[in-house]
Design a protein around this ligand. Sequence first.
Ligand code: ADP
Ligand code: MG
Length: 371
Amino acid sequence: MGSELIVDITKSFPGQLTIDVVFKMALEPPSVLILFGPSGSGKTTILRSVAGLEWPERGVIRYGAETWLDSARGTRLPPQRRCLGYMFQDYALFPNYSVAGNVAFGMEARTGDERHQRVREVLGMLQLEGFQDQKPGQLSGGQQQRVALARAIARRPRLLLLDEPLSALDVPTRTQLRGELRNLLRQLAVPSIVVTHDWEEALALGDTMVVIHDGRVLQSGAPQEVFNHPRDAEVAKIVGIETVMPGRIMDSSEGLVTVEVAGTKLQALAGEESGPDVFVCIRAEDVVLEPVGMRATSARNKLNGLVRDIISMGALVRVEIDCGFLLAAVVTRSALEDLHLAAGSPVMAVVKAGAVHLIPRRDGAHHTKRP
Ligand code: ADP
Ligand code: MG
């Protein structure tokens, strides 16, 4: 019996985009696949196709041993028989239904008691106790998001599909709910596909990431891998950040956090990190290069290293520095010349604490189910 979700589909909108993608994901929980890409790249259409809400003109979708779509054989399993939870980008809550009514909607025919019990259970999981009789219009954006999530998980789906689950929220709420969503996905242990164009979400939530652009898969792999090693300039442009390393928080005081990365200690501003394990992310444009032995700057992080590689990017140059870990910097060609840098040169990389972003990271025990 297969234990993968396999998606291999073509869907075209005449005169618009043609979506032509192949990817697969492990179904052993908690497996979270990120569909990452800019707006208009085809992510929602792919998700809707997996759900059976959109019919690709060609292709195969298999969930383990089941065939959900096989265009050559004319197999099309209707959405309700795929047993999945779908959360729409705009939530699509019913304004005239109560919170409980929204959550109960579409649950399989059970006894009233059973349904009531399950609704109570998921409202509890999402900290929505006491809101069951309210209407969506009376709730904050964050609460509406939780109701939409509660509805998606209420019927105990075998696959959870979340379309930009956090994008409608303001930044502080988004950061908070990102952490909660991460814990929830672990706790549920249901394989999930999460659409996003936010790199923090991709790193915090994903086990695997598929980069989509113009209806095609450009790259797939562990999020950290893809962010660190974009396959080409096109992917690099889409994913943006340049250095992502696993790190561990050692100490925290007065709004500053000390984090250890490959034996090097860095200072970062304190944020929302929940445990000691984090991804440390540094954008290449936030790294300033100086000659070794320069007088002190006020920046918190000064890293001595050796230039590993210099890659031309037109007017700009990407410099990879080995400072215990591989740090990418982008500088102008003239800066490179002023610094007399070549492969093997010593150099000092300076990074402000505010440019060191920390994203919660799952620890090694993430395959164990939490109570
Ligand atoms: P994303 O979720 O990545 O923003 P979508 O899957 O929503 O991308 O849409 C990708 C592209 O597919 C759109 O830019 C549009 O050209 C086309 N498209 C999507 N849905 C439709 C539709 N119902 N009719 C026509 N074109 C569509
Ligand atoms: Mg979309």
